[in-house]
Design a protein around this ligand. Structure first.
Ligand code: UD1
Ligand code: CA
Length: 452
């Protein structure tokens, strides 16, 4: 179908009041991406695909998200909320270009797949003027019902306007539609607002298509794909469906998930071969995990790339901007941020490595802290290759530690350490012969031993 041009109009003007949040509804995340991002990714792939998003007044944050995701997309503002058809017509300028196919999608329906959009477009190629996505609803209350005669879709009846008989029908309108783009404007302009809510209903396009002697058809999909999100409970349900899909896809791609139901992935997580993820791991957006890497339990990873055969955790936190080279090892209670750890680096216990680069094969001892923040700005720590940082060292940035340098345990390093130098910063130790014995005597002199 790549030979046909398409325009997708995504309706995202909802206020989302039932989310009880200051964040616009379509910006809420599922699997680490906004609802809108999911819809845009599924609906407007391929060459010759243009995109228009209809937003509400004062929805600059939504506009920014659209620009971030698709710089080529146009946004249109629907000033008054007068219904779904009215919303589509806010993008009139884009519709006037008459693409072959016009797709209408809702910004709050994130689980829909690209394959379903492709199925929906197929009948247009064979001459249908309108294809509507339908599904069998477990509970059809609230949805528009698809009225079918033989093979043909003849009308969509909104719940509020449906008769008791019609309300018993379970084939429902998912909201997503594909129009013959050459006739879409003509069809949409005929839609009126003679219904109980005085809204311009997109669904009335079906009856108009029939009146014009054109064909409207239904393409069915399952309910999971077309779940609309209006509440936080529905958002959590969608997250569940999406996570189940991502886990399944990871397993099919050969990732070992020991307890898949305890692992959370992001829609953009990428995996190499023979990756293992142990139970109770959370992976946020922007993570790539290369061949043979292992993420041990209770680790949290966001915007990080993990090299081949690297090992992370248990109980590790990789924050944005972390890059681990091949075979790097990050152990328990280690936090990294904006840190490049080259191949073979070990940070095995209880450390913070932030705004830093660590050269290949360096060993960072337990309790090492890069002191990257002086209360005003952030500074960088650079550690060369094959260096050894003793336990409980503070590296006060900005500071450079040369290749092969050795830092004695407990040092507070404030000046650069040259290549292969040994730096020790700690007060001299004093040993007093017999001091412990004398101390115990002093402490017990006037005390009766216990139990007497
Ligand atoms: C709509 C359908 C209904 C379908 C259901 C599926 C219509 C008239 N009804 O009902 O048949 O079963 O979806 O979930 O299409 N929007 C705007 N501007 C408006 C009105 C709506 O942008 O003026 C956007 C909303 O933000 C939302 C979408 O259009 O993303 C659907 O609107 P909504 O009010 O949720 O329609 P439903 O009553 O759910
Ligand atoms: Ca809805």
């Amino acid at each position: 179908m790549t030979d046909r041009s398409s325009l997708t109009v995504v309706l995202a003007a909802g206020e989302g009041t039932r989310m009880r949040s200051s964040l616009p509804k379509v910006l809420h995340p599922v699997a680490g991406q906004s609802l809108l991002a999911h819809v845009l990714a599924a609906s407007s792939a391929g060459p010759g695909a243009s995109l228009a998003v209809v937003i509400g007044p004062d929805q600059q944050a939504v506009e920014q998200e659209v620009k971030r995701l698709r710089p080529d997309a146009r946004t249109f503002v629907q000033r008054e909320r007068l219904g779904t058809a009215h919303a589509v017509l806010a993008a009139r300028e884009a519709l006037a270009r008459k693409p072959d196919d016009l797709l209408v999608a809702f910004g709050d329906t994130p689980l829909i797949s690209g394959e379903t959009f492709a199925r929906l477009r197929a009948p247009l190629k064979n001459g249908a003027a309108l294809a509507v996505l339908g599904f069998r609803a477990a509970d059809p209350t609230g949805y528009g019902r698809l009225v079918i005669e033989g093979e043909h879709l003849v009308a969509i009846r909104e719940h509020a306007d449906a008769s008791p008989e019609e309300r018993k029908m379970t084939l429902c309108n998912a909201g997503v539609m594909a129009f013959d783009g050459k006739r879409a404007l003509e069809i949409l302009d005929r839609i009126g607002n003679a219904n109980s809510k005085r809204e311009y209903y997109l669904v009335d396009a079906v009856a108009i298509v029939r009146d014009l002697g054109l064909e409207a058809v239904v393409i069915e999909t399952n309910e999971d794909e077309v779940r609309g999100i209006n509440t936080k409970a529905q958002l959590a349900e969608a997250e569940g469906v999406m996570q189940a899909r991502l886990r399944q896809a990871a397993l099919e791609a050969g990732v070992t998930l020991i307890a898949p139901e305890t692992v959370f992935l992001a829609a953009d997580t990428t995996f190499g071969k023979d990756v293992t993820i142990e139970p109770f791991v959370v992976i946020g957006p922007g993570v790539s995990i290369a061949d043979g890497a292992v993420i041990h339990s209770f680790s949290h990873v966001v915007q990080a790339s993990i090299g081949r055969n690297a090992s992370v955790g248990p109980y590790a936190r990789l924050r944005p901007g972390t890059s681990l080279g091949d075979g790097a090892r990050i152990g328990n209670f280690v936090e990294t941020k904006a840190a490049t750890l080259e191949a073979g680096v070990k940070v095995n216990h209880l450390s913070y490595i932030g705004d830093a680069t660590v050269g290949a094969n360096s060993n960072i001892g337990a309790g090492t802290i890069t002191c990257n923040y002086d209360g005003f700005s952030k500074h960088k720590t650079t550690i060369g290759q094959g260096a050894f940082v003793g336990t409980n060292s503070s590296l006060v940035a900005p500071v450079k530690i040369g290749n092969g340098a050795y830092i004695g345990s407990g040092s507070v390093i404030t000046r650069d350490v040259p290549e292969n130098a040994m730096a020790v910063e700690r007060s001299p130790q004093s040993n007093r012969e017999g001091g412990a014995t004398r101390y115990r005597e002093l402490k017990t002199r006037d005390k009766t031993p216990k139990g007497k």
